[in-house]
Design a protein around this ligand. Structure first.
Ligand SMILES: [Mg+2]
Length: 488
């Protein structure tokens, strides 16, 4: 038996006897029910939606059964099983009731089993209808879920196709750059190769093949040392390669085996993720330059040697030209140059200087008595003495014959005169080898009234003449009166 308790029945009947019979039957079989006595009340009750079965009389006050059926079927009221109860028995009436929306038809007077059978059928139908509705609800929920899933799927598909497009683009760009890389790599006019993280050569360009005489198919898969030799790639250079493989580039390192010279550079190669996957190495052959440099260096050394020899020769020549051959002190020409130099300095800075001319007393007689070699000895001895007694800034020169000249730089006449006296004493103090040697000295200062070298020399010479005339072995300074005396 279908669970009667889960169904709620509305009975719409105005006939008392029929009502009594219905009540008895329903109660007997445990059906829950409500009772109304006219069509209007039935319509109102049905709108509550709580009844799943309606047993309605055909003829009722307010609204007849078929009319009630139609209204219910046209309304939003959930499905209910409608049994029309009537004394009408014609097929046309039954059809009319079915058309109006009734599900079944029960003739009055009805038997209890007929009603129960119809109620059971109705219950089944209601239940099925309810299940159908639930299934429908679930289905529509699933449909909604499906629609949502579909939306998500559509979006994912769109995203996927965008991603795919990007991937295609990226792949195309990667192909282009790979092509460019290999064109560039192959076209490089210098030996180039790549090394993988395993230390093996992966690419080996034509220039490398030509330079090292190993074609690419024999080079790939071998180590750098194996290909270039351990003399060219010693442990230190191998460490540079290892450094490039751990991300540190090296540039223009000197790689050579004593015969071949290269400038080697290595740069790490990175994956898209930034990981170092290998290194690219290039070797610039500089053997010809190195050999040329070595040759040039040798030539430069030869030139330098020659230059140094020339310098020594020049120095000797220069000293030969500027020094007096006998005494080794500056000669007359050098004296003239120094004098011209001091005049130039005077004209620019008014720095005073004096000239002393000196003569070995009675030198002719000395030569006559002891010979020229002895005379030469005397001259050398006097020159050395004068040179040893002057200040560092003074210049002693052989003026000619037994005459010497001294230039006193930065000295006024008085100072020069005192210095001359020192010279005279130094010569006088020489130990007499043959006989006592003395000198006479004449000093003159260069000033505005002198103006040129000849005049200074003339004045010093005049003073020297005065010193001789005054008895020799003395210093005489120039003064204007000496000119008058000389003229007299
Ligand atoms: Mg009636």
């Amino acid at each position: 038996m279908v669970e009667a308790s889960s169904l709620k029945i509305l009975v719409a009947e105005d006939d008392v006897i029929s009502t009594k019979l219905l009540k008895r039957t329903l109660e007997k079989h445990g059906y829950a029910y409500d009772l109304v006595e006219n069509g209007i009340s039935a319509w109102e009750a049905m709108q509550t939606g709580q009844y799943s079965v309606l047993i309605s009389d055909w003829m009722m006050p307010g609204m007849e059964g078929p009319e009630l059926c139609r209204k219910i079927r046209e309304s939003e009221i959930p499905f209910c099983y409608i049994i029309i109860l009537t004394a009408k028995t014609s097929s046309a009436d039954k059809m009319a009731a079915i058309h109006a929306g009734a599900d079944d038809f029960l003739s009055k007077p009805f038997s209890e089993p007929d009603l129960v059978a119809r109620l059971m059928a109705g219950s089944r139908l209601v239940r099925m209808q309810q299940q159908l509705e639930r299934a429908n609800e679930e289905l529509s929920a699933q449909r909604e879920e499906l629609a949502r899933a579909n939306d998500v799927l559509t979006r994912q598909q769109e995203e996927l196709s965008i991603t795919l497009k990007r991937l295609e683009d990226a792949s195309r760009i990667a192909d282009i750059s790979r092509n460019r890389f290999s064109q560039l790599f192959e076209g490089l006019p210098l030996p180039c190769f790549t090394v993988g993280a395993d230390g093996l050569v992966y690419e080996w360009n034509e220039e490398a093949a030509t330079r090292f005489g190993v074609p690419p198919h024999l080079a790939i898969g071998r180590t750098v040392q194996d290909l270039l030799g351990t003399r060219l790639v010693d442990e230190e250079r191998l460490q540079s390669v290892q450094a490039a493989l751990s991300g540190m580039a090296f540039v223009s390192e000197d790689w050579n085996d004593g015969e071949q010279y290269f400038l080697a550079s290595g740069y790490p190669l990175h994956s898209h993720g930034g990981e170092v996957t290998g290194a690219i190495l290039s070797l610039v052959d500089v053997t010809a330059q190195r050999l040329a440099e070595a040759k040039l260096e040798e030539q430069l050394r030869t030139i330098h040697d020659l230059y140094e020899k020339l310098q020594v020769a020049n120095k000797r020549l220069e000293s030969i030209a500027s020094l007096d051959g006998l005494t080794g002190i500056p000669n007359h020409r050098t004296f003239q140059e120094r004098l011209a130099g001091l005049i130039e300095v005077y004209r620019q800075t008014q720095e005073p200087f004096c000239l002393a001319l000196m003569d070995v007393d009675h030198f002719k007689r000395f030569n006559d008595d002891f010979g020229h070699l002895a005379g030469d000895e005397v001259l050398k001895s006097v020159a050395a003495t004068l040179n040893g007694a002057v200040r560092g800034s003074d210049v002693v020169a052989r003026y000619g014959g037994e005459e010497f000249a001294v230039l006193f730089r930065g000295a006024e006449l008085e100072t020069a005169s005192r210095l001359c006296e020192r010279l005279r004493q130094a010569v006088e103090a020489l130990p007499p080898t043959y006989r006592q040697i003395t000198i006479s000295i004449g000093v003159a200062q260069f000033d505005e009234t002198v103006n040129e070298a000849e005049e200074l020399i003339r004045r010093a010479d005049t003073a020297l003449y005065a010193a001789k005339r005054g008895g020799r072995n003395r210093v005489c300074t120039w003064e204007p009166s000496l000119d008058t005396e000389a003229a007299a």
